[in-house]
Design a binder for this molecule. Structure first.
Ligand code: CA
Length: 242
């Protein structure tokens, strides 16, 4: 049997912390709650932790400082919680290495689902015991023809789609905001809207589905942007895509 995953909740709103603990216990996680930002790194350094839910605004030491300190020594998955959705773009720009971002107010159910998704990606282990999530065949990218091939199949992308894919693919799991993607792709500082990125990504995902129908390669991260993380499609998403 798999050991229970231990989640460190760093949150100064007591009621919110209690609700999160309830939901996490119901989902078979064990938890520890800290409300004081100054206590987090010490606790983390002396206890085993599988994932940290980290609020941004905290007394004494804020979530940013905590994330920076922890990242110096550890790759433990961190889900950052912020009260302002506009804040996420700035946080992404700081490259703190958080694994996901959640905006308040949130539904505890959603938080549990996001924790499971991050754990699945990080430990390559399916918490819900569904289908395996790894990519069996390597992807081959050809920067001259803008083609991607796998399993003997090949798709041809436009120049922009290929660049978008390459940026995401080269740093698996890292979330790129739309602004960051635009900066990487349009070096002539053209004015490109977020919607342009979304529309290219949409077309790209459709083409990728033709290459690997069972696997979701690119994920949109709500309020944040996109990331490359191969995962087996659930029956539900496979249905939506077809
Ligand atoms: Ca707070």
């Amino acid at each position: 049997m798999k050991a229970e995953k231990h989640i460190l909740i760093v949150e100064d709103e007591e009621k919110l912390a209690y609700v999160l603990e309830d939901y996490l216990h119901a989902a078979n996680f064990t938890t520890h709650w800290l409300a004081d930002g100054a206590k987090v790194t010490d606790w983390f350094n002396t206890h085993p932790v599988d994932l940290i839910l980290l609020d941004l605004m905290l007394p004494n030491v804020d979530g940013l400082e905590i994330a920076k300190t922890i990242r110096k020594t550890s790759k433990v998955p961190i889900i950052m919680i912020t009260a302002r959705i506009e804040e996420i773009d700035r946080l992404l720009g700081l490259e703190l290495g958080a694994d996901d971002y959640i905006c308040k107010p949130f539904s505890p159910r959603e938080v549990v689902a996001r924790i499971k998704a991050v754990l699945r990606r990080t430990y390559n282990e399916d918490v819900d015991a569904q289908t395996p999530t790894t990519l069996s065949a390597p992807l081959l990218l050809d920067g001259h023809s803008f083609c991607i091939s796998a399993n003997g199949r090949q798709i041809m992308l436009t120049h922009v789609e290929f660049q978008l894919f390459q940026v995401l693919y080269q740093q698996p799991n890292r979330i790129f905001s739309r602004v960051q993607l635009i900066d990487k792709i349009y070096q002539d500082h053209r004015i490109v809207s977020d919607r342009t990125v979304d529309s290219h990504i949409k077309k790209l995902r459709k083409k990728l589905a033709g290459l690997l129908p069972e696997i979701e390669l690119i994920h949109s991260v709500y309020g944040a942007g996109y990331r490359y993380a191969p995962q087996a499609k659930s029956a539900e998403t496979a249905l939506q895509d077809s």
